[in-house]
Design a protein around this ligand. Structure first.
Ligand code: ADP
Length: 182
């Protein structure tokens, strides 16, 4: 007996990642995704093996605030495989951003794995815009943690204002000398 799988919506894309924290590069992918699809869900992956700087609840709150002006965009958290999350909400497209040649290699492998897991899900890549391709969440954490007072204007080149506020609060409450999360 074959089990009919419910149809997936190819107009609904999911942009999954860690977003620890959300960068201007991520935001640019979200904004452009909103121009291509009817709906974009930003999906924050909960990985119990990682110790992020921001909890998934904190990331959910921050990202919801930042994407509030985009009517087609919603935000959720998920555990487990991204393809399973897409199927659970009926989304047919995995949206990814590409920055560098190194990204292409790892994204290619991930796309092949996702295709093997669920061939009905299509992956769509958006090239990072000029000016955003060097931005990564780990760079942001390094600048925030190791930069000096007065270097906050540099952070504004990498993250939206809500993330600067959240970083400021988070770093105030961290013990001095504590390790930098990945
Ligand atoms: P992960 O921890 O899985 O790498 P990230 O949150 O860092 O997740 O990234 C999620 C997606 O966003 C990935 O497809 C990544 O390549 C893409 N991305 C990350 N930073 C940028 C950027 N500056 N510009 C465009 N895409 C980006």
């Amino acid at each position: 007996m074959t089990v009919e799988s419910p149809r997936l919506n190819r107009r609904h894309a999911v942009y999954a990642g860690s977003f620890d924290p959300l960068s201007l590069g991520h935001l640019e992918v979200i904004r452009r995704g909103g121009e291509l699809f009817d709906r974009v869900t930003v999906a924050i992956g909960i990985n119990p093996a990682k110790s992020p700087l921001f909890s998934h609840q904190e990331r959910l709150t921050i990202i919801r605030e930042v994407v509030a002006p985009f009517p087609k965009v919603d935000v959720a958290c998920f555990e487990g495989l991204a393809v399973n999350f897409l199927r659970s909400i009926g989304a047919g497209v995995m949206l990814r951003g590409l920055r560098t040649l190194t990204d292409i290699e790892s994204e290619f492998t991930m796309t092949l794995a996702n295709h093997a897991l669920d061939p009905e899900i299509e992956t769509v890549f958006l090239m990072a815009s000029e000016g955003y391709s060097h931005i990564s969440s780990s760079l942001i954490k390094q600048v925030a943690l190791l930069g000096q007072d007065g270097q906050e204007h540099s952070l504004a080149k990498f993250v939206p204002p809500a993330v600067i506020t959240a970083l400021r609060q988070k770093l105030k409450s961290r013990p001095v000398g504590s390790a930098l999360p990945g």
